[in-house]
Design a protein around this ligand. Sequence first.
Ligand code: F6R
Length: 644
Amino acid sequence: MIAEEQLRNLTDISYQEAGIYENTRFEKIHNVVYDDAYHASAIVAREIADLIRQKEKEGKPCVLGLATGSSPIRVYSELVRLHKEEGLSFKNVITFNLDEYYPMTKQNVQSYHYFMHEYLFKHIDIPAENINIPNGELHPDEVLDFCVAYENKIKACGGLDFQLLGIGRTGHIGFNEPGSHFNSRTRMVTLDHLTRSDAAPAFLGIENVPKKAITMGIRTVLEARRVVLLAWGQNKAEIIQKAVEGPVTPQVPSTYLQEHHNTTFVMDVGAASELTRIKTPWLVGPCEWNTALTRKAVVWLCDKTGKSILRLTDKDYNDHGMEGLLTKEGSSYDLNIKMFNVLQHTITGWPGGKPNADDAKRPERSAPAKKRVIIFSPHPDDDVISMGGTFDRLVEQGHEVHIVYQTSGNIAVSNHEAIKFAEVSASLTPDASVFTDLIENMRSAADGGIDSPEVLKLKGLIREKESLGATRYMGLPDEQVHFLKLPFYETGAIKKKPLGKEDIDLMCEVIDKVKPHQIYAAGDLADPHGTHKVCLDALLESLKVLKEKPYMSDCWVWLYRGAWHEWDMHEIEMAVPMSPDQVLKKRHSIFFHQSQKDGVMFQGDDSREFWVRAEERNKETAANYHKLGLADYAAMEAFKRYYF
Ligand code: F6R
């Protein structure tokens, strides 16, 4: 991890000249990586606060360029805290926001205007006249003049002292999408499809996302005296690697920042995970070779050379920066066999442990032969999508399996789906008024508005009954299925409440009741703001609370990945093979979640249905094991152990 001071000493290139940055030699933008976004955001907020104070001392205004989106939220909350608790004043601050959707009214909750007031401006003492945000309410004929005036106003204020940025998965900064010119200035742009699909959940459907935006240009950003770009989560890892290590190209507009002399990318480990020095450290310098890193390197080398483990030669290792590893292990022959066995031992058809077997080389303990198991599922369907095959084996092998659905998932049921159920109910009862009201309510509301509590209840019930269909099909009695409806989720909107004590209490209560030997949970860190991450945080907090309970010392936690990603091959600690019949059984269990089939509301940019994604992913994991030279299975589900 790089020291905090580095963030402050960016212009001091003497260290680079001295060559101590050898391991960053693929990187063309200065960057710092932190364990978590909270800590990193506090440091960025402190840099901004110091700048505000310094400019005040100099008797000059502090001109800030600001971003919206999920990335800067914690920086803003820290600035608000500094204002409230440490007297930081914004009276001397002038702000220019990067962008705004077009067309967009200021009071729309999706507008950047609303966002900035909600997260920052209404909590601090900035004079209203010092706030500048592109105007999404203009007539098209007024946009050009507005853009020119926006640029002139930035200049008249002395230029941007500091520009805060996020990065889109297209590589955009502001809304400068691929193709943006190096010399572009504030203007109207067309949003990329990927950008619109990333924004779709917030707008409850891509069709509601505006097609255009007004954004500051690349040149406007590059003229800022200091630029800090924030990136959190593995979702951003690929584009960060391109921006930091790739060639400068209009196809990835953030690469233009390579030509700015005072830019820092501030990231968490997820966002930085594709950088060469983190992904393949043996390519940039000597490594401390432990088993985990060796495994990562060997899997990578197989991929790189197209060989299975047992075919790797001394030359392969030497040619790819692993001579140190070879020296440590003696020869490729010994190393290959050792790593083959490490991977072989991750495979088991007994996810709950094999009774009465020697478990020294197995991922799970053999005793007790019958385990109590909790499978936490963030939404009512992640259990079968992510680990339907393992779920089936655990039940079949006689373990006491409990499924715990953490949230109701109610906002993911469309009105037309829910109307079907309300109509069936209405036709079964002589007094149908309650249902006809509901139907009317849903017919007149556009998908995307906030539902009434009654509609949310109906939608939650639909998901509950679908889940029971699936768990019964898997052979579970209903009393082993729990619906927590964690309160943080129950806002009826995409924006959730922060995790609270009532959420943790509900989690602790169910764990304490079951006293599990095994817990499975979604370890989906790709989107650090998403519901899966909050549900994982809720579990980790509960584990802290319950840690001292005697049964917890005998409880192992296994993390599965959600519908979009799988663990990397080198991370997998338990791989559970599935036969072709089990693949079909898993598919059918997913089909019970009918409201999530065909054109679901939160599809993302992947148009495949959940069962297709799950099957393709499980087949790919099996194929990857086979490519490494291990057995050839139809499909596999993968887990990583979490130690607490
Ligand atoms: C926002 C902006 C965009 C976002 C980017 C990342 O004002 O200009 O470039 O910074 O789309 O968005 P998040 O932070 O939501 O991942």
